[in-house]
Design a protein around this ligand. Sequence first.
Ligand code: ATP
Ligand code: MN
Length: 291
Amino acid sequence: FANQIKTDELSFTRGKTNKDKANRATVENVLDPRTMRFLQALTSRGVISDFNGCISTGKEANVYHAFAGYKQNQKKDKTGEEESPAPDSVENNAEEEEAPEERDEYAIKIYKTSILVFKDRERYVDGEFRFRKSRSQHNPRKMIKIWAEKEYRNLRRIYQSGVIPVPKPIEIKNNVLVMEFLNRGNGFASPRLRDYPYKDREEISYFYYNMIADIRLLYQICRLVHADLSEYNTIVHNGELYFIDVSQSVQPEHPMSLDFLRMDIKNVNLYFAKMGIDIFPERLIFQFTIS
Ligand code: ATP
Ligand code: MN
């Protein structure tokens, strides 16, 4: 199965990489035998096929590209569309989904099972009644599973709300999360806000207002605070802002939710101020939490 990972195909990679080094590190830290078995299971169940190159290597997870497996394609053949799409959020993909021969593309986020990086996670999971404290918090593997599940459930909650664009969640299998791949064609990922080439000043303002509106909708409709929001965890896709990386997102009931929210607003304001936009004062934006 390891042979299927074509590290030569680096078209999905953001920048230049040292292939050998990346490959070795990847296999050692992320694609351990257990993870390979989960990928194998997803493949034989027809969820994914053609596990391709790496989109991103991060501290906590690597993101890979894959195509939808036969199960997903069968479903589309039969019904002409995907199962129970949320009414609003699939609108943008309408054209793509009408082309019958086009296979869906997936982003596969694989959480690293190494102990080193996950210490900090506890403060996001503690205080969440959705993930009640258990013995699993002392077992790194189980902890990573909980963490990946948390991202999947947050993603699903936001997706189903239909008010904020996020990649469609497809499957979760232990530390392997399968979601819609946000692409701009030819296998390239849509850019993060950080890398987006703005057309003009108006477009910067447009994204700023959208970002502020989305923070509010996320809180008031989805009942979540992103808690790691920035120009790095936002993708511009089909002219819209998509939130990604929601593993650490918490409910308003979390004892630190308002601190996380203030941090999100601060990050966003800092970025857009740097882009030369007149920003709203932090405390003014923050007011929606008490209204
Ligand atoms: P990092 O430590 O680099 O922040 P991470 O573990 O936080 O990584 P994410 O932020 O979820 O992981 O994803 C890392 C990168 O992978 C994103 O910045 C984005 O470029 C790409 N990416 C993630 N999900 C998708 C997706 N659904 N479609 C396209 N690209 C994606
Ligand atoms: Mn990230």
